[in-house]
Write a protein of this length. Sequence first.
Length: 483
Amino acid sequence: MSSAAKPHFSRSLFWFRRDLRAFDNAGLFAALEASEAVYAVFVFDREILDALDDPADRRVEFIWESVAELKAALLELGCQLHVLHDHAVEAIPSLASQLKVDAVFTNHDYEPGAVVRDDKVAAKLQQAGIAFETRKDHVVFEKDEVLTQGGKFFSVFTPYKNAWLKKIDASRVAPFDVASLAGRFSANNALDALIPLEKMGFKRTNLSELKFPVGARGGELLFEQFLERIDRYDDARNFPAIKGPSYLSTHLRFGTVSIRALVRAAWTRWQEGSRGAEIWLSELIWRDFYAHILHHNPRVVGKSFKPEYDQIQWRNDTTEFTAWCDGRTGYPIVDAAMRQLNQTGYMHNRLRMVAASFLVKDLLIDWRWGEAYFAKKLNDFDLASNNGGWQWAASTGCDAQPYFRIFNPLSQSEKFDAEGVFIRKYVPEVATLSNKDIHAPWLTSPIEQKARGFVPGRDYPLPIVDHAKARESTLAEFKRALK
């Protein structure tokens, strides 16, 4: 329902999803504002979890830890969080009826599968005479809030960004003061114990070893640390060996930070003259843009935004795809990126572009294969952003990189990891090579090979493709497909 409506309910249930925080939460605030008593629930949705094929999924552990922290935070506000492991489509209407609530509140989810789920939940609730109220929380501007002067969606980022910036003001990013209404939480009798990961078919990962802060407190810590270096973001963000990014993408994905707080900080610092803050704000606007594209074009899930690009005849060599997935392509910067992803669930944004370009433009493998692999591995996997990023790299999307601009993995490596610090961390096989040779180990001279005890093809794979030749083949195929 529209956020303009001002309903009043005796009892309401708030359903946490990708908004795992008890502060500055639009839907939670709306529930408290409109109700005399509010219950809260989180569902480990089996519709999603049962489809995961790896019991050691860092995202599930991140959610579990974040829900544990959320449960404690809500308890301090006087609310006991219900935590269920069930199919949300059935569990939410069932719990709502059990608690005899008048309404279920939640925040919008724009993914096509989530829209279908919410429609089913709304229908079941309606049959029981229970209202279903949703609010905007995951983005700053959604759906039809930023449109062209002709009333259509934007398909090019810069005009979208300009329109976005014209609409932004303090009211758009003002926080929702949940704590001020905490007296309306219901002290219900939800189960105290959090369902163990093992009972849901999952197990602990290396998340704690990675020392990646989880939950709302983790998000707050990373945000505070980033604000100390935000002014350098413009330059630092491109170099994977240094601490340049915010590392907040996973927290944004699961809502353990507030997008309003991040935009407010970036916008304020930009107004004060920070170039780094300006660029970071632009990255946050890209996030809104991709959500905007997905909402208006759900067909991008599985199809090229530009239909003519679906005529491309991909090579789709499974052996080469496996080499790319495993970080065994013979190009150290690509392999380091893929190994970082496999070992940590994170990949530096510059390297996401490099790795994606290599798969699509060097190996001529369907971008959807890469998109699906990232979807399985990324801690911060977000359908809109992942799809948008892959279609950008593949030149099939809105405002995409022109197909004739193809990343050269060697020059990218030399420019953004000049001393090979990042490569040495993830590709130890080439760690002994000089700063010059580490980018292209196959070109190491016989004298250097002997001195370093390194033999290309024995100690590290030879390149699975010649970039120059691959580039020409790819250009020819794109030209043929687009005739």
